[in-house]
Design a protein around this ligand. Structure first.
Ligand SMILES: N[C@@H](CCC(=O)N[C@@H](CS)C(=O)NCC(=O)O)C(=O)O
Length: 201
């Protein structure tokens, strides 16, 4: 299989973490894609131009980080990151949705600040900065949820990949006033799968 990524993408990082956590390194070749470039050869591989993009062994391509993570997690028939059974499944999905909401906002912010100076929108940057503050407050209160402290799951991986964007967004300061979230993140970030996929600044 082939997984197309960029080093700074939090979405691609989720799939890379699952590959490392599940020991799939020998089965999945990681390839750096050239995104957001006119006429990039990558568009011939994935017309949407987005990463992550997984080309399965049968040649079929998959988009969407959650789909790719779940596919990779199920390859060995022993999924480790699936939601628990029963009502707790909705809790896991609810938390994953909240985490994804934070990542989506931070991804918009991180894209905005790499645009040429005269194309950046202060309105968008301010909007995303405020969203990130509200979401950090929310997560400081929610981080003691048993599903965020228990066995690893996609909600945890998603949230950590969002918070890890502090390396790329200089003005993202989610740590002050959020000691529990900082401690939670630092513990997870120390795992080899997270450390090896940390985004460049
Ligand atoms: N919902 C998608 C989002 C993927 C996404 O937006 N990836 C960004 C990188 S962070 C990308 O490929 N951008 C290139 C482009 O928009 O052309 C997922 O979860 O995989």
């Amino acid at each position: 299989m082939k997984l197309y990524i960029t080093a700074g993408s939090p979405y691609a990082r989720m799939a890379r973490i699952v590959i490392l956590e599940k020991g799939l390194e020998s089965r999945v070749e990681i390839i750096a894609a050239q995104t957001r470039l006119a006429d990039s050869p990558y568009y011939l591989i994935n017309p949407s131009g987005r990463v992550p993009y997984l080309i399965r062994d049968d040649g079929v391509g998959l988009e969407e980080s959650a789909v790719i993570c779940t596919y990779l997690d199920h390859l060995d028939g022993k999924p480790a990151f699936d939601p628990p059974a029963g009502d707790q499944a909705w809790e896991a999905r609810r938390l994953e949705g909240l985490a994804r909401s934070m990542v989506d906002g931070l991804a918009v912010w991180s894209r905005e600040i790499v645009r040429p100076q005269d194309e950046r929108s202060p309105t968008i940057i301010r909007h995303e900065a405020h969203r990130s503050e509200r979401m950090a407050d929310l997560w400081e209160a929610a981080i003691d949820h048993p599903l965020m402290r228990g066995a690893r799951n996609l909600a945890q991986i998603t949230l950590a990949c969002g918070l890890g964007l502090e390396a790329r967004i200089r003005d993202l300061r989610w740590r002050p006033g959020h000691p529990k979230l900082s401690d939670w993140f630092d513990r997870l970030a120390a795992r080899p799968s997270f450390a090896e996929t940390a985004p460049p600044s």
